[in-house]
Design a protein around this ligand. Sequence first.
Ligand code: HEC
Length: 496
Amino acid sequence: MNFPSPLLTLRQFAVLLMVSSALHAQTPSTTKPAEDAAKGTAPRSIPKIHADLCSTCHGVNWEGGRAPSMLDDVWAHGSTDADLTRSISEGSPANGMPPFGPLLTSSEIRGLVILIREARVKALGVPPATPPAIADQAVPSELYPLKLEVVAGGLETPWGMAFLPDGRLLVTERPGRLRLVEPGHGIVGTISGVPKPWLKQDGGLFDVAVHPDYAHTGWIYLSYSEPGGTEAGASSTRVIRGRIRDNQLVDQQTLFQAAPELYWNSNIHFGSRFRFDRDGFLYFSIGDRGHRDDAQSLASPYGKLHRIRDDGSIPADNPFVSRADAVKSVYSYGHRNQQGIAQHPVTGEIWTAEHGPRGGDELNVIAKGHNYGWPVITYGMNDDGTPITDLTAKEGMEQPVRYWTPSIATCALEFYTGDKFPRWKNNLFLTALKGNQLIRLELDGHKIAHEEVIFRDLGRVRDVVTGPDGYLYLAINTLFADSPGQIVRLVPARAP
Ligand code: HEC
């Protein structure tokens, strides 16, 4: 099928529609004609569809021209993704907007909605070239006047944090260091003997967790990427535990490791976040490692949320323990790359944040053994602007609580359980690497009742935890090479 020329008139477009529907009338299938027409052909680039079919009227950057701007938040036919999808599909021919439903697949229309949303964010302007100083940075949030207080500086890409019972904080740095931080004193120690991670691209030392009964057991948990397997350049995610003695990691035990033949020659989507639940089970995530279809295979550990006991053994009630072909630690599947896991303080449900493809970041409530759809269903498209699938929903696959178009690069998740900010009680905090945001979500069951960006553009927030002092602690690293990573906490702007 040819695209109409950019200088298409409505009359030419009408002729084209007639030709195209005549062609489709010959196909025996009664499913959507455009879907059939696109089958077997290479996926078409969404930015090219915009350039060929939309830009003459709506502008090369969607700024408007012969047709309305898509950047001004003014919508004649509704503002939701579903409204935009309908506008593009059905058009409003009487007002000069042709219907594109017969020419484009639903995934192409979905991709155009993503492009429009991305253009809107771009039009808001670029973040300041130099970040504001974080020390004592005022954060005027909706419910509390706050400021950011530096707890420790000089860190290199801090990734995960976990408090020890004595109030000190363990912090991982992605290049492979484990630090001890003491609020008020900064970095007070470095733990030696931590395994050297595989550092390519997304790789590194990831999360740290402290055993729920640390006082008696002394265990801490680490996840990291490591080289291995059978192929040169291959790597995977490994989970270990160990004890800290004289600032050394001793008694190391491996709790999870992939089968050697499953170490992929890919350096993306390793996961890997931890969360101990109230029953003492340890959840950890591993992404799809760039092998999308692995997310749907129970024989692969990738694209999964896993659940193990504190010693690495498999809980008897894990959903796939009796399936011979399954990795027994799998708890839910069909995930792309989850980097946030939290347990709801009241319901006990596990919530996760998932890095989606372009336009498809997700917040999910996890049900044991359920399939979250990747890559069969998704709201996103490929980074290069080509569609992934026409499906956003399917029988037997879970829908997210919310998805983000455009993507915000969702990262860590934490329910606020402290006593310093009572009006935040049980609110869900989410960090986003794009726009460098900290987001607060008020929930109503499985719906988001209210959403607030607490701050943006101060630095990439990799992790958020409630401190024993009731303040929210954040692991931040700015995008500017000379500006080191920091641990900061949100405190009241004025002393109470
Ligand atoms: C021939 C000119 C023309 C082309 C080509 C065109 N549009 Fe439009 N479009 C319009 C006009 C005019 C309107 C306003 C219609 C109205 O207000 O009823 C419109 C409205 C819309 C709206 C609804 C806006 C609102 O305010 O609710 C969307 C979304 C949209 N276009 C997307 C697209 C996309 C995506 C493409 C390319 C696939 C495209 N348009 C191609 C002329 C065009």
